[in-house]
Design a protein around this ligand. Sequence first.
Ligand code: ADP
Ligand code: MG
Length: 730
Amino acid sequence: MSTIRFKALEEVFNRQPNYSVSPNERISSFFGENVFNDQAMRQYLPEQVYEKVREAILEGHQIDRSIADLVAAGMKDWAISKGATHYTHWFQPLTGTTAEKHDSFFEPIIGGEGRSIEKFSGSMLAQQEPDASSFPNGGIRNTFEARGYTAWDPSSPAFLIGKNLCIPTIFISYTGESLDYKMPLLKALHSIDKAATDVCQYFDKNITKVHATLGWEQEYFLVDSALFNARPDLMMTGRALFGHAPAKGQQLEDHYFGSIPERIYAYMREFETESLKLGIPVKTRHNEVAPNQFECAPIFEEANVANDHNQLLMDLMEKIARKHNFRVLFHEKPFSGINGSGKHNNWSLGTDTGKNLLSPGKTPKANMMFLTFFINTIKAIHDNADLLRAAIATASNDHRLGANEAPPAIISTFIGASLTKVLDELEKNVKSGKMSAEEKTELKLNIGRIPQIMLDNTDRNRTSPFAFTGNKFEFRAVGSSANCGNAMMVLNTIVSNQLKKFKKEVDAQLAKGADKDEAILQTLRKYIVESKKIRFEGNGYGDEWVKEAEKRGLSNLKDTPRALDVWERKEVAKLFEEEGVLTAREIEARHEIELDQYTLKIQIESRLVGDIALTRIVPAGVKYQNILLENLSKQQQVLGAAGKKTTEGLQTLVSDISNHINTIIIKVDEMIEERKKANNISDSKKRAIAYCEKVKPYFDEIRYHADKLEIIVDDELWSLPKFRELLFTK
Ligand code: ADP
Ligand code: MG
């Protein structure tokens, strides 16, 4: 067998699994122990400072510099008491990973004759200056004026990783533009808080704050690190660019909810324990549909903290996987022919009075409030479907959307039969103008009945990209490798904008002397009618839906460069400026960054496709062909004329191999030519489109022939670990 593959497999089979797992103590005894949380703040901050910080967190305002010094001192003492030596501003640049720059607390005392102190001031807590030019910035920063700041986000608690105190921060350019995922998300959350709280006043004056909630479900694959290292494509791109589907894939569905293999269980226990210490409330773990695919989900939290926790968890999962000789794949589609991975974003709105605004209540009044938020969300989805599509558009997620396993690239929403009935009835029964007392009573009675029908939990549809699931919406089209910040920023912004429009319409009617319930119901009825075409209850994976959606005039943007076009629309810039979330300049920069990220990803994949095809696959084909040719010629020598007939099978095999090899070489050449042309295009959008339309199609063509060779060529000569090895070794 090819030495590379043989050695990798040998290593896997000789593994001494690391089963030493985590503490057996109760979770509550270590949950959050590495977080500068409420309890730690109480202990390490003077009472007045503690109160000020709490207030700032709860009300979302800035902390004064004078207070910051005292917070920094307390934070430092806490961190040092736990063995920390360094601190870092932890942030989320638009590269899609997290970044940190470590600085030591240690400082020599000037003129102190070799003495030193541990120092951490308010200004060090509040601000740091990493080099903004080394992160994608869409031309906002030139390298020669590469100043960018990270600034403390007090609403997400500081935490300890090893000996390092990490402070969640936003990342902005010197001129104040956001260069990360967090800052626009915080702004969107602020905006929806205001908009939703205002709307709540129609129903409940006690509500003074609304926070968006997020509960993500993280899917991932695990591959043994020895096999991973023997696959340059997995190493460099996170997905297998070649590989024939295994004889047994996921058709038996024997993996889903099956028992978790011990080695994997040990890994899960360890990263879960570390997550829990960091206050990440992980709760569920299970196998997914595909072999070696798993999921981890926490209890939902306020969206900003939930997103930080997701980023943190992904970091931890990667680090801890290496300890267990695994590599974790967050790519949306690591193995073609096998289910990909997503990250469902469960989203809702919660009030400071403890109410979930997307949960039906027990009274007509409570349900009016529920329906208001429910219908406004649907209307926002309807009016801004293209923005939601853009929010989840990446080169890697393109492989998954619409691949008969994940929601298609068409945005629609599923609400279930019972709520469809409620909306239909509202549409039918709400009259414009004055309604009679009986009409109103009848309506309210119906509205009051919602909670009973909602108990019917069978009302589920797994094929919708945006499904209502009883007390929250589930945005399922988000990719597994994504930073949820993008999807959450867009979703909260559009719903916020919609709620403001709603309030304006209702207030206008109230000003004209309309009755409040009537004004609300009539406005909702109007939205039900206007947003009908975004609702779809059928099978989202079927071809019929693609046709039906086209008839309805819904977009179906299959690839990222096109999906991102929406960022060029004037009304989009207006919406985001109105909401105070992104300026036109920031939108332009982000659009360009996303296009460039797309291009870079496809470019790297294309280079690897070429490399692996020419240096691994073609040579294996040639070697095997030589063996066959030698055998053929010997047979024909010995057998003479009869040998011509009895070697027909071998002859066909030899010429098949020739065909595959020849096509691979020609296509790789053509692909390289297209790549050169694309590289010469200076416009980001045109370049991304060229990569999408001219370069990328070669991947499948080349792969087709390479995968055919894989099932012809002597297994001993094949150097890339095969799918059966990657997916079924545990
Ligand atoms: P599934 O979608 O697999 O059936 P569940 O419905 O139990 O699973 O919940 C999935 C996720 O939804 C969990 O991460 C949970 O924390 C989250 N979730 C539940 N309620 C809310 C809410 N009000 N806001 C946001 N997320 C929520
Ligand atoms: Mg789910």
